[in-house]
Design a protein around this ligand. Structure first.
Ligand code: AOF
Ligand code: ZN
Length: 347
């Protein structure tokens, strides 16, 4: 590991401390190194608050401030060039007379997207770009997907029996995942901006779609219910979190429930994703059922698939689970008799 890699991995570590508090902004970490000594560290801590580089420079102790101009600044994302909620970080770096900046990856946000790097270079700052680039992009995979693909990051999730069934013969609900896997699923719910289900799942399973078994927030609930079949006494409408209902009947707001009318003559998913993007929803965990999951797969509109398989359970004549036609296995986690397999869409 070179010094650059070492300090960049520290930036990533710091950036992660902002998880849960900065969305829809990216997670960013920064360190300032004089010789072989870290004299400043910072990360983006809270949406709307100072950026990583600002916190890093502000953390430098009084007796070290004379060294700032001769230090190397490391930052996991390109310093911003725009006036947003805070002034441009690139300007601040230039003002401090810093001569070398090492950047993990370029910022895909349209108002930055290379302009921060240009600004630094135009001021004579040496910019080293792309150190631990893959890791820095992975850190903000939702933010990157949202700005590059102009749609939320889509994580598909389902639990299946050993013979790849999702429910019993007449769609009856059968407990497939164990308690440990359930906790992992609730953690996933806490990490995504929204959670989505189709009409049949909401009707038959009556899920509340909240995060009860992990720390952190509840996601925004998204229900696809074209004909408004799901009664408002079902748990998806509980007061625990806001709910969006995409349907073909009405647009209305009723307390924490918002109905959004879509065009019955057009494809559903592109309309739904467009609305979610306009609402700055950067990621969605799709929890079923098979029809909805398979329509994301069929249109190749997914980024990750997380499958929980109960290796002990066989459901004779059960209802078939979705099937992936592509995807690279990137992680497996064994939780007693439940095997979690995570695939990334590489196409
Ligand atoms: C940086 N360092 O730590 C972060 C950056 O609304 P604002 O002013 O907070 O700006 C948000 C945008 O700034 C965000 O979309 C992303 O492009 C960039 N985030 N930039 O130099 C940071 N968090
Ligand atoms: Zn900034």
């Amino acid at each position: 590991m070179t010094d650059h890699h070492y300090y960049m991995s520290r930036c990533i570590q710091l950036a992660r401390l902002g998880a849960g508090n900065v969305a829809p902004n990216p997670l960013v970490g920064s360190v300032l190194v004089y010789g072989d000594r870290i004299i400043g560290e910072g990360f983006h801590q809270q949406y709307g608050q100072p950026h990583a580089e600002v916190n890093c420079l502000a953390s430098v102790a009084g007796q070290d401030s004379a060294y700032i101009a001769d230090s190397i600044l490391y930052v996991s994302l390109e310093p911003c060039a725009h006036f947003g909620k805070t002034p441009p970080c690139a300007d601040m770096v230039i003002r401090h007379g810093i001569k070398t900046v090492v950047i993990g990856c370029r910022d895909p946000f349209p108002q930055v997207n290379g302009k921060g790097i240009e600004k630094l270079r135009a001021a004579g700052v040496k910019v080293i770009l792309g150190v631990l680039e893959k890791e820095c992009i992975e850190l903000n995979k939702r933010f990157f997907c949202f700005h590059q693909k102009k749609r939320p990051f889509i994580a598909l999730k389902w639990a299946q029996s050993a013979n790849s069934c999702l429910a019993g013969p007449n769609l009856e609900r059968i407990k497939i995942s164990n308690g440990i896997a359930d906790r992992l699923v609730h953690r996933w719910r806490s990490e995504e901006a929204a959670i989505m289900v189709g009409t049949t799942t909401a009707l038959v399973d009556n899920p509340s779609l909240t995060n009860r078994l992990w720390y952190g927030k509840n996601p925004l609930r998204v229900l696809l219910d074209k004909d408004l079949k799901v009664p408002d006494t079902h748990l998806v409408f509980s007061g625990d979190a806001p709910t969006l209902v995409f349907n073909t009947k009405k647009s209305a707001v009723a307390g924490h429930v918002r109905y959004i009318k879509i065009d019955a003559a057009k494809l559903v998913l592109p309309q739904v994703l467009e609305h979610l993007s306009a609402l700055q929803v950067q990621s969605v965990l799709v929890e079923g059922g098979t029809k909805l999951l398979q329509s994301f797969i069929a249109t190749n509109c997914w980024d990750e698939a997380r499958v929980i398989t109960n290796q002990q359970l066989v459901l004779e004549n059960g209802y078939p689970a979705p099937s992936l036609n592509s995807g690279e296995l990137v992680e497996t986690i064994q939780l007693l008799d439940n095997l979690v397999t995570i695939y990334q869409n590489t196409t």
